[in-house]
Design a protein around this ligand. Structure first.
Ligand code: C2E
Ligand code: CA
Ligand code: CA
Length: 632
């Protein structure tokens, strides 16, 4: 009875309300749900008007409440609403409000409303109250946290309606909506967006935010910030061989160990894959960062427990210490460069980003900028080096080798720019261009007398082979130039060809299906097992020039060349010896029944016309001359 009387009072207060909603511009940004809440409140208000009309009529008629009255009164009671007096003390609450807090309605009557509000939101609530007092009518919603009787925080969206001037109410009606669940969902989403799902560590985005904050703090306080880029050594191999489930567990534990090796104020983030990046603040200098790197390396050097025994990991760490002009991006890039240096120097170690690396980084940047213009500017060209039939000395084909007329540097060889082209993906359009050029060229040579079987070889990089359109690109070039597919040989280094990337192997098989030839380049340098060779559909195997150089002089090199030729023949693969520089090397290759040879003995990489002339026997570099010289 008490409850229904107080509900009626709240209802009366609402009825008298001027339900026109005055929204501030800020409200426009509220989510749709908030807008809906306001609409519900308005609808509720209208319902309340209805209730009161009914009540008034009922009072006048002194009749018993109708079923409809009871329904509407129940509706009001079911919503958390409270009425405050001019001093913000609680005059009345609905049962739903009392229930929300888990208290008895009578127990909170007369209390100051701010007593219910969590300390963190008291200022917001106080400001809201002052604003509500200043102007009669409905106010924009605000959000506050209240603590229920169990001590749990509830998030409430509250709308105040100042009816102090209304003689029927003389109070402020506050309608509440419990938005705790929405808050929980928003918090979970925000966390997901900023953290790595596997390890729960901050992700790249959060790391960059924290690094930017740390740089700003360091600039004010004069302290130093360090970034450590940690990359697990050979993780990919372990992940592939032990399975992704074990790989995931290793990553989680590696993250925990790195966390344990740094101070609580430091941030450890996972950038994806096996890359972890650490932000250290308040460093005394590089030595502090080095100490952290050493602890991380030690931690990860200890064995990990696997299902079938210990697993050994190690890590390479690149360190950089922020300078005044550094940005989060430049720091991460520099730490990454230092990490690569650590890998190159044998792994399981750290390297500091220093002046040498800074100069190298600058040079790479310049190469990238200039190379971007090279294709369009026509600054790239292909030179061709003849490939010779060891027995007859005839030209069998040529390898296309890339050159770049670099502004200010003349014609430069690929080792000065290939890495950058590969890293940035610029190699993909370059290769497309090279394929087009080389195919047009071989078409021209094949029209010369006795040259209908001449081939052209083009080098493909890993990035090319992983590109989704590589097979279509090659097919399109063949179609456009009208060249027989067997005139084109695609060279892939042994390291790449014998890798474990299934997508890349699939592309190689599809290229093979086009009818083009495939060659394994630099054979002997990739340490692949010979058994692996069977998986790869190679037509040619090119013995790396480092082994050919020792042929007849170094017993190991001689043994490797001999064994490789014999194995290749058993597999039905043609052998090409690279880097043949002397007649004695050529003689031995002939004795070993190596079919093809390439090297300075026959010709340097040169313009395509040189190959044309060599084919027609019209040049000083004619292979026959070399052969004859050897035989003589
Ligand atoms: P590679 O495929 O092993 O090419 C052979 C390299 O050995 C060429 O160097 C060539 O000039 C050099 N060479 C040839 N004969 C001899 C010799 O008798 N003695 C010695 N010491 N060297 C010899 P280059 O042209 O500087 O090319 C270097 C590497 O760059 C190539 O090695 C190849 O891996 C890569 N490359 C060249 N052109 C391209 C291209 O168009 N695309 C891609 N992705 N890579 C290319
Ligand atoms: Ca090659
Ligand atoms: Ca080679």
């Amino acid at each position: 009875m008490q409850a229904s009387r107080s509900t009626a009072l709240v209802a009366a207060a609402l009825v008298a309300a001027n339900l026109g909603v005055a929204l501030t511009p800020g409200d426009l940004a509220l989510p749709a749900r908030a807008a809906l809440a306001v609409m519900v409140t308005v609808a509720l208000g209208l319902l309340v008007v209805q209730v009161l009309r009914l009540l008034r009529r009922a009072a006048e008629a002194e009749a018993a409440a109708s079923a409809s009255e009871r329904r509407l009164t129940g509706l009001i009671a079911a919503n958390p609403i409270l009425v405050l007096d001019g001093d913000a003390r609680i005059a009345d609450v609905t049962p739903a409000f009392a229930e929300l807090l888990g208290v008895d309605a009578a127990a909170i009557a007369g209390r100051h409303v701010l007593d219910l509000v969590d300390a963190r939101d008291r200022d917001t609530a106080g400001d809201g109250w002052v604003a509500t007092l200043r102007r009669p009518g409905m106010h924009a919603p605000i959000e506050v946290r209240v603590r229920n009787v169990d001590g749990h925080i509830r998030h409430l969206e509250v709308i105040g309606n100042n009816l102090l001037h209304d003689p029927a109410v003389r109070g402020v009606v506050v309608t509440c909506r419990d938005v705790t669940d929405r808050h929980r969902a928003q918090r979970a989403l925000a966390r997901q967006a900023m953290h790595d799902a596997l390890t729960g560590l901050p992700n790249r985005t959060l790391f960059h935010d924290r690094l930017a904050d740390a740089l700003a703090r360091a600039a004010r306080s004069g302290t130093r910030v360090g970034v450590l880029f940690c990359d697990l050594d050979r993780f990919k191999v372990l992940n592939d061989s032990l399975g992704h489930h074990t790989g995931d567990r290793l990553l989680v534990e590696a993250g925990e160990r790195i966390r344990a090796a740094v101070r609580p104020i430091d941030t450890v983030a996972r950038f994806g894959g096996d890359e972890f990046v650490v932000l250290c603040e308040d460093l005394p200098g590089p030595s502090g960062a080095v100490a952290v790197a050493e602890r991380i390396i030690d931690q990860l050097d200890k064995p990990f427990a696997g299902a079938t025994g210990d697993i050994h990991l190690s890590t390479s760490v690149g360190i950089t210490i922020a300078r005044p002009d550094d940005t989060p991006e430049s720091l991460v890039r520099d730490a990454d460069a230092a990490m690569y240096k650590a890998k190159g120097r044998g792994r399981n170690r750290w390297e500091l980003f220093d002046e040498v690396l800074r100069t190298e980084a600058l040079e790479r940047h310049n190469v990238e900028q200039q190379l971007r213009r090279a294709l369009d500017a026509g600054d790239l060209r292909l030179l061709y080096q003849p490939i010779i039939d060891v027995r007859s000395g005839a030209v069998r084909g040529a390898e296309a080798l890339l050159r770049w007329r670099r502004p200010g540097a003349g014609l430069v060889t690929p080792e000065t720019f290939l890495d950058v082209a590969e890293e940035t993906g610029m190699i993909v359009p370059i290769t497309r261009w090279a394929l087009e050029q080389a195919c047009a060229q071989v078409d021209g040579w094949r029209r010369l007398p006795c040259a209908e079987d001449v081939t052209v070889s083009v080098n493909l990089s890993p990035r090319d082979l992983l590109h989704p359109s590589i097979v279509a690109d090659v097919a399109a070039v063949l179609a456009r130039t009208g060249v027989d597919p067997s005139a084109l040989c695609l060279e892939v280094t042994e390291k790449v060809a014998m890798g474990h990337d299934e997508g890349l192997l699939l592309n190689l098989r599809r290229l093979k299906d086009l009818g083009v030839r495939l060659a394994i380049d630099d054979f002997g340098t990739g340490y692949s097992s010979l058994a692996h060779l069977r998986r790869f559909p190679a037509d040619e195997l090119k013995i790396d020039r480092s082994f050919v150089a020792g042929l007849g002089e170094d017993p190991h090199d001689t043994a490797i060349v001999t064994a490789t030729i014999s194995l290749a023949h058993k597999l039905g693969t043609t052998v090409v010896a690279e880097g043949v520089e002397s007649p004695s090397q050529l003689r031995q290759l002939e004795a070993l029944r190596c079919e093809l040879a390439q090297g300075y003995l026959f010709g340097m990489p040169g313009p395509p016309e040189d190959i044309g002339r060599a084919i027609t026997g019209d040049t000083g570099l004619v292979p026959c001359a070399a052969s004859t010289r050897v035989r003589a």
